[in-house]
Design a protein around this ligand. Sequence first.
Ligand code: ADP
Length: 478
Amino acid sequence: GITKYRQPSPSPPGVVVDAVVADKRYDNLESLSIPTSAGLIAFEFHGISFKTRREAMVFRYRLKDFDRDWQNTRETRVEYPPLPIGTYTFEVVAVDRDLVYSEEPATVHLNVIRDPRDSRIDTLDRELRHLRDLHRLRSALEPARSIEDSVTATGETLMADLPGIQGILMVCDEREWHFGRCEEQDLLRYERTLVWNGKIRGRLVLLTERAWSDAWEQAFLDEIAGQVSRALEARELEMQLLRSSRLVSMGQMAAGMAHELSQPLGAVSTTVGDVYLRLLDEIDLPPDELKEMMRDSAALIERMEHTINHLRMFSRDTSQVSGVVFSLNEAVHSSLKIVGTQLKNHGIEVVLDLADDLPEVEGFPHQMDQVFLNLLANARDALDERTGGWKRIEIRTRPKDGRVIGEVTDNGPGMDVAVADQVFEPFFTTKTAEHGTGLGLSISYAIVRNHGGEMICESRKGKGTMFQVSLPVIRNDS
Ligand code: ADP
């Protein structure tokens, strides 16, 4: 047969922008300035082709920094609404009937400038822009669920939106975040404090290459700082609520528990089933093998018992039962009696700084021993990761503002913020199944709260970790 094909076009179509029509007609210019008051802005163009009729040509165009994508049209004129102050580039290519494009787009650089006769439009334009930026900041902060997320959302949104912005530095409770360039040479620096609950909690520093001079713009910076402060305050409140509402929902707890128990339960069930079948079929079962199977199963059952006992702590309501009066120092000593030698064997030095005149607290000393045992075991595990160097745990107690404070500090590897935020959650662990259940700290937390106290964690990556227990001093009513 005969193959029909079209010759490729010998030359791509040309394209020309004839005029820009705004407050007046600007003919054949490659770049021009137009005042904001100009109103609609139209571009007129035409294509040049030897083989395609004018009416059959198609154009692709876009106004860079305004249109997101290229648009198609059969017209030779396109219109835009009044544009905010800024620079734009209009680009257009012609497409002939063989779908061959112009090699180069025709371009016009457009500079929308403040109207010399009317500076109100300029102000209005800028205010609109700022309002849009504030709105975008608010919607970026909305979904953030942690302080960390809020800071990141702020940094990224402001970097993308603020004109002339080069870098952002945020400081919040002694932690620092950087976005963009943060060396300050050649840049102007605008700083606002972040304030909530009546306290200065951090700073927001904007490094720009353009001055924020007038009062309106200064107010805009204040508004940004206010929004960021409010978002951070809200996140902090949420986190406190989460901690104090027994930390987790029942659902989360049940899921963790099911996960924790299902594996050993499965293993025991397989073993028992296996033994039973072999007994039924009177298959010979060597005593050694049987012994081993029973020993493994017993160990698994013990592990499950351990988990379940631990979990009982969560539901135990001790508020009605009054305990005994004791000193937190006793809990420190009795926990050290149990793990002191072990810590020494791990090459860890334990430094004690216990207040002599420590007021007494009321409750259950054995439970409080358990808290210190957990903290020491965690510090030991953390220090085990430290290769070489001096391994040290410091235990401090002291009275403070009608409370008794106990602190266990290690100079181990510390934690990431993401880890530190979750340590009190049941079943959260970074350890392998043999080394951790992820229950130690959540149980310690529950014990401390049942004693009317608080527990917090402070950790710095690469520096170490401190856990602090604070308990109310017993009231001497009699
Ligand atoms: P587990 O020790 O069984 O993992 P915990 O609730 O006691 O469970 O601890 C949860 C997690 O918190 C640990 O897996 C570890 O990642 C982290 N952690 C606790 N204490 C420290 C510490 N002193 N230093 C570093 N990380 C710690």
